[in-house]
Design a protein around this ligand. Structure first.
Ligand code: ATP
Ligand code: MG
Ligand code: MG
Length: 364
């Protein structure tokens, strides 16, 4: 069969690989760390830095994709010169840089939080005057799970010093949202599009804690969210998968950020939809027809962060076979590290949330 090459060996690569193997593909992965979550399930593991051109050349494959959007565009372009890379590097370039990302989203006619580019404390003071407080300053590159962000409230020191980064930064108005939602949209090489049901996302310390599907917002808001995701997909001529994170406020949506790949908030699809986001991604880049995205049953996805991974067995005991456990095979359960997740299928979301609450309180 043909081989799919994956740049990046984390859990997203692992779950892509597992789906792709079920679809008959072989997997080759490029990742600097040996025995990575994806490396463990791949047929071939190339251990090399992403920008090591020689290492990258060892990644022989028929179709190239990525699970990690901070691959340098040069590396991606270099690989694309000899390998088939249907996604291309355009969306990588946009989503690697928060400023470029916001400019692009606005240019497609979609709303983002009011923002300003910040390169110094003087710029930040200007941003405070223009945007008001509170606001959040984010590094333009490399941030994830709320890392590289600083919230500035009334009375706080107005300085980017704490971020320990040379910038540039982006200062964003704080959006007092009613809730956060996301949509996973997929577009195939042939231009077929599909969206998965809207997920409602609950963050803790900047890290996704739970996704609740269906999102507890009106049909109107769901339709707006879905349309925004489709607009983005068409505007960037998406190939593959795009996750769109949004704030919901007074029935309106504001785009927070995008990720050009399967996303944590789409993990529920693995057990709750006829097609998972990972299978859909592989279908899209290999130009299969896209799969059905209907929600088969309401679901609560719970992340297992750091030592919470030890709770998986207990959750399985308490919640029974409705709890589908996925563990990523990471060696060390460092604090804040995503170790796995549980998809709890349910006919009563509120009761399940309460059950999860009780479980958590019993532990702490
Ligand atoms: P991810 O791991 O999703 O890539 P990230 O580090 O890129 O996260 P963001 O999504 O920008 O970070 O922010 C993390 C969370 O912080 C958001 O989901 C939201 O809860 C909160 N947040 C970020 N920006 C704002 C804002 N302008 N107004 C209100 N809340 C915000
Ligand atoms: Mg992000
Ligand atoms: Mg985010």
């Amino acid at each position: 069969g043909s081989t799919i090459g994956i740049l990046g060996g984390g859990q997203l690569g692992r779950m892509m690989a597992l789906s792709a193997r079920n679809m008959g593909y072989r997997i080759s992965v490029l990742e600097p760390q040996k025995d990575s979550p994806c490396g463990q399930v791949a047929d071939h593991e190339v251990v090399a830095a992403y920008d090591d051109k020689q290492g990258a050349e060892d990644l022989s494959c028929d179709v190239l994709t990525y699970e990690f959007e901070n691959i340098s565009a040069e590396t991606a372009d270099h690989l694309a010169s000899s390998l088939h890379f249907p996604q291309g590097s355009k969306l990588l370039l946009i989503s690697q840089d928060r400023l470029r990302e916001k400019e692009a989203i606005e240019s497609y006619g979609l709303p983002v939080a009011p923002y300003k580019k910040v390169e110094s404390d003087t710029d930040l003071a200007d941003a405070v005057s223009a945007l008001g407080l509170p606001l959040v300053v984010k590094t333009t590159r490399g941030g994830y799970d709320g890392k590289g962000q600083l919230v500035i409230n009334k009375g706080d020191e107005v300085s980017v010093r704490e971020l320990e980064d040379n910038g540039p930064f982006v200062a964003e108005q704080w959006i007092p949202f009613d809730c956060e939602v996301s949509v996973i949209v997929t577009r195939s090489v042939s231009g077929e599009t599909a969206t998965f049901p809207v997920a409602e996302n609950i963050h803790r310390n900047g890290i996704l804690h739970q996704s609740i599907v269906p999102a507890r917002v009106s049909d109107e808001v769901q339709e707006r969210a879905r349309k925004a995701a489709l607009t983005l997909a068409e505007s960037v001529s998406l190939v593959g998968t795009l996750a769109v994170e949004m704030f919901v406020r007074d029935g309106e949506i504001v785009i927070n950020e995008i990720a050009p790949r399967p996303h944590n908030s789409g993990h529920y699809t693995m057990n709750a939809c006829a097609t998972s986001q990972f299978e859909q991604h592989i279908r899209a880049i290999c130009d299969w027809p896209l799969g059905e995205t209907t929600l088969l049953t309401p679901t609560v996805m719970v992340n297992l962060i750091g030592d919470e991974v030890e709770r998986a067995v207990e959750m399985r005991k308490e919640l029974g076979s409705a709890a589908h456990v996925h563990i990523y095979g990471k060696k060390e359960a460092r604090p804040g590290r995503k170790m796995g997740h549980v998809n709890v299928l349910t006919s009563d979301v509120e009761a399940t949330l309460e059950q999860l609450n009780v479980l958590e309180e019993a532990k702490s």
